[in-house]
Write a protein that binds this ligand. Structure first.
Ligand code: NAI
Ligand SMILES: NCC(=O)COP(=O)(O)O
Length: 329
């Protein structure tokens, strides 16, 4: 069976966050469609949100069950779950769910992995060694350091070259080779997983006004321009370095397929401001497909039944589209 018709593996995320209720909401929205998923988590927890749930023993059973109930491959919890009150006691279950989902995708039993949100600090307190999914997934796939985070909504795609580090450390980490590596990975993924034959890539500056000829910082000249030259020499359609404050306006966005940004918030602020409900986070550079909603655990509203499942639905649909593109390439 081609990967595009396999079910997706959906991780549990933090059980005290909005993961269980957006999972139930996504199933309601998608049950009659052609994108089945199986949850690696706790059936009782999802059943709290007024949806039928069925435990399955292999992910192959998901497609048949999906129209009638949320298919769940059980992953046992270690601590009781109270919505909105995260507990590091469940860290092992959270990370096991991710590891098993990756295994299913790597064994070609799942079309890809879609992750529900985790709390970085909850896992860190339990000794988890990774800043987020992105880095953990790369380790699980034996490609540490090759991971690239891309967020996408219908209006914009953005890639932060430096990811889950302090702003001070991001400035230290930013170098020509990091920009070149992230851009090459992004270019290849846009072709392979998104069907864009000749991606137009815009590179952001770092400083106000992109440095204005070195009068407000020299990183554009010393770090970014050499990366642009090397990428153009590879034959890519590269523009920049663009002043970051104007490169996300609607006319500017129309001129590129992806914006390479120098640090986390330079990328994520415009994306989430433009469209938090349809935004999807995807990890490029892995041997598997991985997407996720663009939002976090939203502990402040968890359990109230008000969480919007739209971003998770968009993540599930994007993962399936990517799997189908990858199969055709
Ligand atoms: N992919 C992932 O696993 C991600 C995890 N996080 C984690 O989430 C935790 C909370 O992070 P925050 O910065 O508070 O961001 P957040 O996205 O969880 O919440 C920000 C605001 O948006 C609201 N919100 C988020 N998703 C919503 C939804 N589906 N429907 C309605 N309202 C929604 C929340 O109620 C809150 O007011 C952190 O521990 C962070 O590490 C954050 C981003 C992504
Ligand atoms: N701000 C994006 C984010 O935190 C998502 O990280 P990850 O868990 O997908 O690595």
């Amino acid at each position: 069976m081609p990967d595009g018709s396999l079910p997706l593996a959906l991780t549990m995320g933090d059980p005290a966050g909005i993961g269980p209720e957006i999972t139930a909401g996504a199933w309601r929205a998608m049950r009659q469609g052609t994108t089945p998923f199986a949850v690696l988590g706790d059936a009782g927890l999802i059943g709290r949100h007024d949806v039928p749930v069925r435990e399955i023993t292999t992910i192959a059973q998901a497609a048949e069950v999906f129209a009638h109930a949320v298919p769940v491959l059980p992953v046992g919890l270690q601590a009781p779950v109270h919505a909105g009150q995260p507990d590091s006691g469940n860290a092992h279950a959270i990370t096991t769910s991710i590891a098993r989902a990756v295994e299913l995708a790597r064994n070609r039993q799942a079309a890809g992995v879609v992750t529900n949100p985790i709390s970085k600090i909850v896992l860190k307190k339990a000794g988890f060694a990774y800043p987020g999914h992105t880095e953990y997934l790369a380790a699980l796939c034996n490609v540490p350091g090759r991971e690239v985070m891309m967020l996408a909504c219908p209006e914009l795609r953005v890639v932060p070259v430096t990811i889950h580090v302090s702003l001070r450390r991001a400035l230290d980490e930013l170098d020509t080779s990091a920009i070149i590596a992230a851009t090459r990975t992004t270019h290849a993924a846009l072709q392979r997983d998104f069907g864009i034959a000749t991606p137009r890539i815009a590179i952001a500056g770092l400083n106000p006004h992109a440095g204005e000829d070195g009068s407000m910082g020299t990183e554009e000249q010393t770090i970014i321009a050499p990366a642009i030259a090397a990428l153009r020499a590879d034959g890519m359609d590269i523009s920049g370095p663009w002043p970051p404050d104007t490169m996300f306006t609607p006319p500017a966005r129309a001129r590129y397929d992806v914006a390479m940004c120098m640090y986390h918030d330079q990328a994520l602020i415009p994306l989430k401001t433009i469209d938090m409900t349809q935004g999807v986070n995807t990890t490029l550079g892995l041997p598997i497909i991985r997407t996720s909603p663009d939002h976090g655990t939203a502990f402040d509203i968890a359990g109230r039944g008000v969480a919007d499942p739209s971003s998770l639905v968009a993540a599930l649909h994007m993962a399936m589209r990517m799997a189908k593109h990858r199969n055709r390439s």
